[in-house]
Write a protein that binds this ligand. Structure first.
Ligand code: GLA
Length: 377
């Protein structure tokens, strides 16, 4: 499968966990279209764990949908999702059982890949719980990678082994189109900012055909749902979304899209940020500078197509603070007569010139993010 920019969609886990059913999926599909999410690029609607019966079908050995949650089966749901112009995603696990203790795909990879194809599945999230300890995880992800390529349907392969065995360095070789390399996100500032800081070393292992997935977004959850925790405010979410876009992570929404606040909807559909995330060059960002006394204050720059740049200042600490930024650290040599002309990515407004040096003070948990062009001073 050719996945040239970070996949975008929605996943049930963050808000609904165990509590999923056919009506919820259909209502979510309706909402993704009605609220403009599909139009903004979010095309995969993914059902996470807890969709199946507790045991395989004794006759066929197939994993079968829970007959109460999905009374008309899975094809009925996927047909509905497809009828809305969306793609349909499902979940399984490389182990004997899934993380929530439903049947996993271990030693049934080919049968299960074919079953997912029969269900009309376009995306498979593949988790890592309950794996036999004497079998290398690499082999398990390769097996499902081969099985998916043999199932007769194009299915995006979303690997999720939380980074075990430094998976960034080998997951691409399994045929995975995206991979998670952290533990689970929960809905608070510390959780998502720690995920980001832990993944800075992985930026070189992310790009077309296999993107590093920083996990499902919590934007818009405000503490509700399955991974609710203490929740975030709109400033926190602004920073989360800006970081996920700057780092070119897949964007999988995790809030209840049937009932988004206007703020969450505006953020998740912000055209400038999505264009940054989907920039066709897929260059990784690099750190330009941090505050020497505060390792949670950072600025990043990212090369974009059309010879533009994204420049971001992020305060991942709990107090307002400044970040010293010298243009020479971003590639403008000291004798050159050039600077960066900035456009604010949140407001779309002209934000002036960045010449040799700036020291923006950023409020706690906040960020500033610009599209930048090189101009003669
Ligand atoms: C693991 C994954 C989560 C979610 C749950 C489901 O914890 O990392 O994203 O899929 O399993 O049980």
């Amino acid at each position: 499968m050719l996945v040239m920019t970070p996949p975008m969609g929605y996943n049930t886990w963050n808000t609904f966990g165990y509590d999923i059913n056919a009506d919820l999926i259909k209502e979510t599909a309706d909402a993704m279209v009605r609220e403009g999410l599909l139009e903004a690029g979010y095309k995969y609607l993914v059902i996470d764990d807890c969709w199946s019966e507790l045991e395989r079908d004794p006759k066929t050995d197939k994993i079968i949908p829970d007959h109460i949650k999905f009374p008309k089966g899975m094809k009925d749901v996927s047909d509905y999702v497809h009828s809305k112009g969306l793609k349909f995603g499902m979940y399984s696990c490389a182990g004997v059982r899934t993380c929530a203790d439903f049947p996993g795909s271990f030693d049934h990879e080919f049968l299960d890949a074919q079953t997912f194809a029969e269900y009309g599945c376009d995306f498979l999230k593949y988790d890592f719980c309950h794996c036999p300890q004497n079998i290398d995880g690499r082999l398990l992800y390769r097996r499902m990678g081969v099985a998916l390529r043999n199932c007769g349907r194009e299915i995006l392969y979303s690997a999720c082994n939380w980074g075990v065995d430094n998976s960034g360095s080998w997951m691409r070789a399994t045929g995975a189109d995206m991979y998670r390399s952290t533990g689970d996100i929960i809905d608070n500032f510390k959780s998502f900012s720690d995920i980001l800081l832990s993944q800075q070393h992985n930026v070189g292992y992310s790009g077309p055909c296999c993107f590093n997935d920083l996990d499902m977004l919590t934007v818009g959850m405000y503490g509700k749902g399955n991974v609710g925790s203490s929740g975030c405010n709109d400033i926190d979410y602004k920073t989360q979304f800006a970081l996920w876009c700057m780092f070119g992570s897949p964007l999988m929404i995790g809030c209840d899209v049937r009932h988004m606040t206007p703020e969450a909807k505006a953020l998740l559909t912000n055209k400038n940020l999505i264009a940054l995330n989907q920039d066709p060059d897929c260059c990784p960002p690099y750190e330009v500078a941090s505050n020497r006394w505060n390792s949670r204050m950072k600025s990043f720059i990212r090369h974009l197509s059309n010879n533009e740049f994204a420049i971001g200042f992020f305060n991942m600490a709990d107090e307002a603070d400044g970040i010293p930024f010298f243009s020479f650290n971003a590639g403008l040599d000291v004798s050159c007569d050039y600077g960066f002309a900035l456009t604010d990515m949140f407001t779309g407004e002209d934000a002036g010139l960045l010449e040799e040096f700036t020291y923006p003070v950023i409020q706690a948990h906040d960020c500033a993010l610009y599209r930048a062009k090189i101009v003669k001073l």
